[in-house]
Design a protein around this ligand. Structure first.
Ligand code: ZN
Length: 255
């Protein structure tokens, strides 16, 4: 055996994880909702891990304050659309990957022909929209969120608790307040503290959950919310009870 024979295969080290289903990962149609800090890190990890069919949805433009957390953005990208720049730059990480940019609000997405959805959003109303649509279409939804040195990941399947089940009245009140602040259909989203190390951890956990689910190891996935505290370096998994009054749990007869 020649030295370096194994090193010619991009995925050689991944193939040594015997249960990982690389074929499934490569053929999965992925929706990444949001191309900001989390979206950049999620797309980066996905491409390095062998995902190659990725649609990225985001309507926003790049501003200077994105540059401390977004691996695919450059100083000269100011004013360009985030989704388009991610699609343009990320492809170099895995030649042959198809990265489709969609410049629109996630609420305007009509195509739900996907096998997995990665939530990289910055507001509750967009999250609830993706949650209900992914649930209705029976697509696993992996939602990530960060706030300073804290973050969380929730995995939503076609059964069991969903994102809305875990929301309490203060979340809903907050959403109402945001809608009441809007003018001309623009949603006011307060800017939360954010830095790259927590973003990287949360994005990596999201992609790792996708890899487990797509390799037929759902039983290993997070049940139901993983909280990360970057200050103490700890992670905790907390169960979300299924809410029988949640509107996303009685859609079967509609199909
Ligand atoms: Zn629910």
């Amino acid at each position: 055996m020649k030295v370096g024979e194994y090193d010619a295969d991009r995925f050689d080290r991944m193939r040594r994880i015997d249960w990982l289903d690389l074929d499934s990962i490569q053929n999965t149609r992925c929706l990444v909702a949001g191309a900001g800090a989390l979206g950049n890190e999620v797309v980066k990890c996905m491409l390095l891990a062998g995902f190659r069919k990725i649609t990225v949805v985001d309507m926003d433009e790049i501003v200077a304050s994105n540059l401390s957390r977004c691996v695919f953005f450059r100083e000269t990208d100011g004013g360009r659309k985030k989704a388009e720049v991610v699609a343009e730059r990320a492809g170099g990480l895995y030649p042959g990957a198809e990265i489709v940019p969609v410049v629109s609000r996630i609420q305007e997405t009509e195509d739900w022909e996907f096998d997995i959805v990665m939530g990289c959003l910055d507001n509750i109303s967009a999250r609830l929209h993706v949650n209900s649509h992914a649930r209705y279409h029976r697509i696993p939804y992996i939602d990530g969120a960060t706030d300073g040195f804290r973050g969380k990941v929730q995995v939503v399947f076609e059964n069991g608790p969903c994102l809305e089940c875990g929301m309490n009245s203060s979340h809903m009140k907050m959403m109402d307040e945001r809608f009441s602040c809007t003018g001309g259909g623009t949603i006011f989203v307060p800017k939360l503290a954010s830095e790259i190390t927590t973003t990287s951890v949360i994005a990596a956990v999201q992609v790792r959950e996708a890899m487990k689910i797509l390799s037929g190891r759902r039983e290993l996935s997070i049940r139901n919310v993983m909280y990360y505290d970057g200050l103490s370096g700890t992670m905790q998994e907390l169960e979300v009870p299924e809410d029988s009054s949640c509107p996303n749990h009685n859609t079967e007869e509609l199909k």
